[in-house]
Write a protein that binds this ligand. Sequence first.
Ligand code: FAD
Length: 358
Amino acid sequence: MYDVVVVGQGLSGLLSAIWAGEQGKKVALVSKGTGKLLQSTGFMDFYGKKPATEMTKEAVDKFKQLMTKLNLPYLGDFGSKVSVVTGSGYLKETILYPETVVPVPDSGRVLVVGFTEIADFQPAFVKGNLERERPELVVDTLTVSLEQKSLRTMTQLDAARLLDKKENRAKVLKQIKAQMQKRNLGQPELYIFPASLGIENWRTVLQEFSVELGAPVTEAPGMPPNAPAVRLFESLRKAAIRMGTRFYSDTEVIGSHVEENLVRSLKIQTSNHTTEIIGRTYIIAAGGVLGGGHVMTAQGLKDTVLGLETDAYGQYSVCPENVLLVGASRGTKELHCGITGGVSAIQSSYESVLSLTK
Ligand SMILES: Cc1cc2nc3c(=O)[nH]c(=O)nc-3n(C[C@H](O)[C@H](O)[C@H](O)COP(=O)(O)OP(=O)(O)OC[C@H]3O[C@@H](n4cnc5c(N)ncnc54)[C@H](O)[C@@H]3O)c2cc1C
């Protein structure tokens, strides 16, 4: 028997598993897929319908402490939004962002650098939109080659993995410097790259690029997969494993056995068998409609996890006493269009795990 069974390995599920593990709980995590983290920017946005509270601050601080411990520090503060540039050149307001990201200045000169192999990040397009967003900014562009052949279109993640290697970084830096000199481009205050500044060696890539180029560099996340999201997912998953979480991957929860308003077990199904898993407490982090935990019907949202009745907003009509809901599993009453956003996912995971100690 587990102390805690978590359903879902998105941001909410992984944080819940790690924080429950920190309390010495024996944790299992069951998930049928990887969640939305891998499709996200890796930034933590705030979309909540309810205003931020002291609890939001506590949860955000706890997340930042965790990420520092995992050697993937997050910057930003719960009280203030910052403008960061996306892979389309539009600005996005966010709360927390990784160290590979630098907020865009209001004025001055920036240089957008693309890779010929990556179709999803077009420097001219970024420039057009960024100049509309920040008319005081002078935006230059250039494109260099990763000098790699691929049978399929390369993604930002492919570029990130290539830039983990010193020889590839050297080729890219050489081309940037040569083009800047040839075109007599002025020194920018910020270099904007696709979200591809390394995976394993992101710190070295960041340091080497900013030192060699003589100015800060930033990633601009766009079409997934984005390196910051992959780094975050991988480091949270590894942390949960290190804390002792038992992962049941590619495993779907297809119902529950409830007695006296307590969930006694979950029915779980893998590709070749169906069985049960038993816990004292169940944390449902199944991501709502977008994550697969709810389906939309003519009568409103329906739960796909415990198989219990919900209201039209996806909230259990009678929530079993040993069930904690996090992220979009809390239903659409609390969420803007059912989209959790990183900050609400962090807060609800933190609140749920705090209640384990009571
Ligand atoms: C495409 C996209 C991009 C986004 N980008 C951002 C962003 O950049 N920044 C931001 O702040 N927010 C972003 N969001 C909002 C996002 O909803 C939250 O930030 C957060 O990642 C949600 O995490 P979660 O863990 O609550 O849900 P999810 O990530 O959806 O995870 C749900 C998990 O539950 C599992 N699951 C569902 N049903 C079952 C079942 N029956 N049995 C077993 N497992 C089950 C799924 O497989 C998955 O592992 C984005 C949303 C989308 C759709």
